[in-house]
Design a binder for this molecule. Structure first.
Ligand SMILES: NC(=O)C1=CN([C@@H]2O[C@H](COP(=O)(O)OP(=O)(O)OC[C@H]3O[C@@H](n4cnc5c(N)ncnc54)[C@H](OP(=O)(O)O)[C@@H]3O)[C@@H](O)[C@H]2O)[C@H](O)CC1
Ligand SMILES: [K+]
Length: 499
């Protein structure tokens, strides 16, 4: 899957340009038709169930009114809960209202308690929402929370910021849809932050606008086409040296587990040799993974090795020394966990990072990202794309900002949102495994951008596989991920070979 993501400003421009060549109301009629077609598909053979259509004050409400009229024409029992605003509706929305009024649509002005619906269509607000949903609108959204049926959001689930995926307002509320049909282009906010929880499955309908009319998108959904060329079958005539060395630097006193999880991630993602360079006295070996070689970090030679630095590393003087040495080296580098916090606290380490020429991939979660940027995690989460871009720009590195809809950014402002993964990854150690996978791909010669995109995608797909098998999301452990990562990777290579 590869899909461009447009900002609200870009979507407004697309809308304006499309308007120029079309009769008034055409786009809204197309949006209404796409919505009612999707609604009929969701109803399936239960077309006798009543459908509730929520129509708000703006053009999103106009789309909903068109959809309601279409459904009624198709013989569906469609009821509109209409909440107009104080201002006059646009000409198109007024026309859609007249059309719905003329048909067999039912009308209500409040949510009847206890009513049962086969489907709810949310056309309260779309990309025009600029303040928190309140008053009667809020009451309706609260009322939806107890309704047990599919909810189809038109364009954007009402209450969600289409650019950022944040619910609008400090005490905001947004519709939790099971499906979203989004118009004229996909939007980043449907895929990150609160977006995945509120948008459900996303379908894009371009309303007949051709790709030549679209601006250049600086954000897209990540997907296999971005890195599929790397999935080549291994040649027979190879040896462990052919697939790179990865060294995990970390494991201070009491934190030996984190680098071991990273090391397993690297091993199962195909690195030729994997070391743990431990800050504390290294254990002799890992009995469940004896392939991992343990060394003392202080006298470990970084040369020719890909480094994953930070898991369980702590903030000792020795950790800082090792980090400075790693930043100054020519080794490809994955920077995680404690190493990120140390960089956030040190202008010296920041300038060493910014001056690197070899690949560097940073893997912060929102709090680590916040420390790097000198802000709070809430501010990072309020605009994850912007935060990831800013981090990439300041550090001159590829950034993987973890969380629901992980954002991958590079210094030129290009951004990906990863669509794989699930809540099972919200568990201790899953980030260590991700850093290890990323290290393994770098060690096999991938660029920082490809390694970051693919590692995130594969890590998420591994978690999705585990959920399909009943292993999670509840109770999924990080230690279960590496074997699933191996399965996903080998399947991708096999699929690539058979294409
Ligand atoms: N234009 C077209 O032909 C097409 C539009 N599409 C759909 O249109 C929406 C965008 O429509 P727009 O009217 O710009 O915006 P919204 O419908 O999302 O909402 C704006 C109206 O809502 C009022 N508003 C905003 N916030 C609130 C709030 N918190 N409480 C109450 N009212 C609110 C706002 O009023 P103001 O007082 O702020 O002016 C507007 O009246 C887009 O998302 C598509 O669904 C098509 O898809 C294509 C054709
Ligand atoms: K909506």
């Amino acid at each position: 899957m590869e899909r461009h993501l447009y900002t609200v400003a870009q979507l407004r421009a697309i809308e304006q340009a499309a308007y120029a060549g079309l009769a008034p109301g055409t786009l809204m009629q197309r949006a209404g038709k796409a919505a009612s077609d999707f609604a009929l598909e969701l109803l399936g053979d239960r077309r006798d169930r009543p459908v509730l259509v929520l129509a708000g004050p703006g053009n999103n409400g106009g789309d909903a009114l068109e959809a309601a009229a279409n459904l009624a024409d198709a013989g569906v029992d469609a009821t509109v809960l209409h909440l107009p605003g104080r201002r006059d509706a646009s000409t198109e929305t007024a026309a859609a209202y007249e059309r719905a009024r003329a048909g067999s649509v039912g009308w209500i002005d409040m949510l009847p308690p206890g009513a049962e619906w086969g489907l709810v269509i949310d056309g309260l607000f779309g990309i025009g929402l600029e303040r928190p949903v309140d008053g009667d609108y809020r009451e309706v959204v609260v009322g939806l929370e107890t309704i047990r049926c599919p909810i189809l959001a038109l364009d954007v689930p009402s209450g969600l910021d289409a650019d950022t995926g944040a619910v609008i307002g400090p005490d905001g509320i947004a519709v939790r849809a099971t499906h979203t049909i989004t118009f004229l282009g996909d939007k980043p906010g449907l895929h990150t932050a609160d977006g995945r929880d509120h948008a459900g499955q996303v379908r894009v309908d371009m309303l007949g606008v051709g790709s030549e009319a679209l601006p250049r998108a600086t954000a897209q959904l990540s997907g296999l086409p971005l890195f599929a060329g790397r999935f080549t079958a291994r040649r027979h005539n190879t040896h462990k040296g052919s697939f790179g060395d990865v060294a995990i630097i970390g494991g201070a006193h009491g934190m030996a587990g984190a680098p071991v999880l990273s090391a397993r991630g690297a091993l199962y993602a195909g690195a030729g040799r994997v070391y743990v360079a431990a800050l504390n006295t290294p254990p002799g070996y890992d009995s469940s993974q004896p392939e991992i070689m343990f060394r003392a970090a202080e006298d470990f030679d970084f040369f020719g090795r890909t480094l994953v630095i930070g898991p369980g590393m702590g903030d000792s003087a020795s950790a800082i020394r090792l980090l400075a040495r790693a930043l100054d080296s020519d080794s490809p580098l994955v920077i995680d966990a404690d190493a990120l916090n140390l960089i956030g606290a040190s202008p010296d380490l920041q300038s060493r990072l910014a001056q690197r020429t070899a690949p560097a991939v940073l893997t912060p979660h929102p709090l680590e990202g916040a420390r790097l940027l000198g802000m709070t995690a809430a501010v990072v989460q309020s605009d994850r794309l912007e935060a990831a871009r800013e981090m990439a720009l300041r550090t001159n590195a590829t950034v993987i900002l973890k969380g629901s809809g992980t954002v991958i950014a590079r210094p030129d402002g290009e951004v990906l949102i990863n669509p794989t993964g699930n809540a099972g990854l919200a568990t201790a150690g899953s980030g260590d495994v991700l850093a290890g996978i990323c290290g393994a791909l770098l060690a096999q010669g991938w660029t920082g951008w490809e390694a970051a995109a693919a590692a995130t995608w594969i890590h998420g797909a591994a978690a999705d596989t585990l959920v399909d098998e009943g292993v999670g999301p509840i109770g999924m452990t990080a230690g279960e991920l590496p074997a699933a990562v191996r399965k996903v990777l080998n399947r991708l290579v096999k699929d690539a070979a058979s294409r």
